[in-house]
Design a binder for this molecule. Structure first.
Ligand code: NAD
Length: 467
């Protein structure tokens, strides 16, 4: 192909990493070609992940709050769920947002190609559209942003309508009476909570001794006080599965015993793997590491000068906001912006259950007791939290004893996900406990729990005295 036909920058994958990179690169004056199998940008996050699940979790929270209100003297009847309308509302949310991204892409004169890309050379690739037709193109630079997909389990690798992954669960075809969720991580807890709110009796089988392995145990304890599940089996794996006329027969192997249980369906949520296979990476001249990730430097550049990679394919944590940030950095580097580089101090994480769990930076497990002071402010001491029935929540800060610099934070409770960015900003800016304690926080808000946690570092918070 003649050089004049070469695309200046090709971005493969239009999820939160790819479209953020494409939009920013176009705004910086680069001619961008964005390739993705979907009709509009959005990726797993918008079509089959973050956004539809949050729409459904909103429904779950609405129901839980309405049911809870009887304690405060307002009694609602048990809601009637119209699954078809719920599904169509969720579809509307997805359509509105993905079409909006399509318009934003057009407004930036981005060339959007619907199809799957595979490298055929160092500067060449082939795109296959959804009818199987192929076309070739060549490029100067490329950003690979192909994301991740669900990991299966050998025992559950059965192509059957009653064995679900997150995508199947989000389709909302039916409300099963009894569901087993394998995996008590992000997806298991979020989608398990959705189905529990829809009326399904949800059981969880988690391999480790608790929910969300690796997450602050104080946060997990807050979730456990409110969890909506019928049964929880820790240190348990699925040993055997049999599809019967009446559903799915599962044998669960725990530490002490093995038990057989029947469910209408099984949702597998045991992690995700990077989409670095079937991309023709060998022809491009790079390879994934033993875990399937592409290795990149702080410019998000692979070992090849003209090849960049961002998002889930570059390693943990596999989070949309990390991918978007990396996308904007890679766009700036390809545009030749000096000083552009990936250097975050923290990447906040949120589990959008009810209550929400959010954290960033140093965790208590990682902290060295000698150097770090951990302060915890219980929400039972927050006027706003008590007024909205959120007494079980918790805000926690990890602070360097000597320099008083904020190193980490964690929040469990309503809107924890919207509170954690204040702590992330404090860490990014190198703020101290006094910066937070001397910032006037509006009353009565849940944000005061961050200010009062910082006050605790100095010994006395207005609304809490440790006995
Ligand atoms: P995860 O890693 O969060 O959880 C998987 C869970 O499955 C773990 O608790 C693990 O111990 C357990 N497990 C593994 N093998 C098992 C087995 N054989 N039997 C029983 N349990 C087993 O993975 P996920 O929930 O599938 O989510 C994947 C990724 O997607 C997350 O790591 C996260 O990066 C991302 N995600 C993020 C959000 C969010 O930001 N709110 C939401 C959903 C997904």
């Amino acid at each position: 192909m003649a050089n004049k036909d070469r695309k200046e920058l090709v971005i493969i994958g239009a999820g939160p990493g790819g479209y953020a990179a494409a939009f920013h690169a176009a705004d910086l004056g680069i001619k961008v070609t964005l390739i993705d199998p979907e009709v509009n940008p959005g990726g797993v996050c918008l079509y089959r992940g973050c956004i539809p699940s949050k729409a459904l979790l909103h429904l779950a929270k609405t129901k839980e709050e309405a049911m809870h209100a009887s304690k405060w003297g307002m009694k609602f009847e048990e809601p009637k769920i119209d699954i078809k309308r719920v599904a169509s509302w969720k579809e509307k949310v997805v359509k509105k947002l993905t079409e909006g991204l399509g318009q934003l892409s057009k407004a930036r004169n981005i060339e959007y190609i619907q199809g799957k890309a595979k490298f055929t050379g160092k500067n060449e690739l082939e795109v296959t559209d959804n009818k199987g037709k192929t076309s070739d193109l060549s490029f100067e630079k490329v950003i690979i942003a192909t994301g991740s997909s669900a990991v299966g389990l050998p025992e559950l690798e059965i192509d059957h309508e009653n064995i679900w992954d997150a995508t199947d669960a989000l389709e909302l075809k039916e409300i099963p009476k009894k569901m087993l969720v394998v995996g008590g991580g992000y997806i298991g807890l979020e989608l398990g909570s959705v189905y529990a709110a829809l009326g399904t009796k949800v059981s969880i089988a988690e391999m480790t001794p608790g929910f969300l392995p690796g997450t602050d145990r104080d946060l997990v304890k807050v979730f456990e006080k409110n969890e909506p599940f019928k049964n929880v089996f820790f240190e348990t794996k699925v040993e055997k599965v049999k599809i019967t006329k009446k559903g799915v027969k599962v044998s669960l192997k725990g530490k002490k015993e093995e038990q057989n249980k029947k469910f209408d369906c099984v949702l597998v949520a045991v992690g995700r793997k990077p989409n670095t296979q079937n991309l023709g990476l060998k022809k491009l001249g790079i390879s994934a590491n033993e875990k399937g990730f592409l290795e990149v430097d702080n410019k998000r550049r692979t070992k090849l000068e003209h090849v960049f990679a961002i998002g889930d394919i570059t390693g943990e944590p596999m989070l949309a906001h990390k991918a978007s940030h990396e996308g904007r950095i890679a766009a700036e580097v390809t545009a030749g912006k000096k000083g552009a580089g990936y250097d975050p101090k923290v990447i906040p994480a949120i589990v959008f259950t009810n209550p929400e769990l959010a954290w960033c930076g140093l965790t208590e497990e990682e902290a060295n007791e000698k150097d770090v002071k951990v302060v915890k402010f219980p929400w039972s001491a927050s006027g706003r939290a008590v007024a909205i029935g959120e007494n079980t929540g918790l805000t926690k800060l990890l602070i360097d004893k000597e320099t008083e610099v904020i190193l980490g934070g964690a929040v469990a409770g309503k809107n924890a996900g919207s509170l954690i960015p204040e702590i992330a900003l404090a860490i990014e800016m190198g703020s101290t406990a006094s910066d937070l304690s001397l910032t006037i926080h509006p009353h009565p808000t849940l944000s005061e729990t961050i200010m009062e946690s910082a006050e605790l570092f100095y010994g006395d918070a207005t609304h809490y005295k440790k006995s």
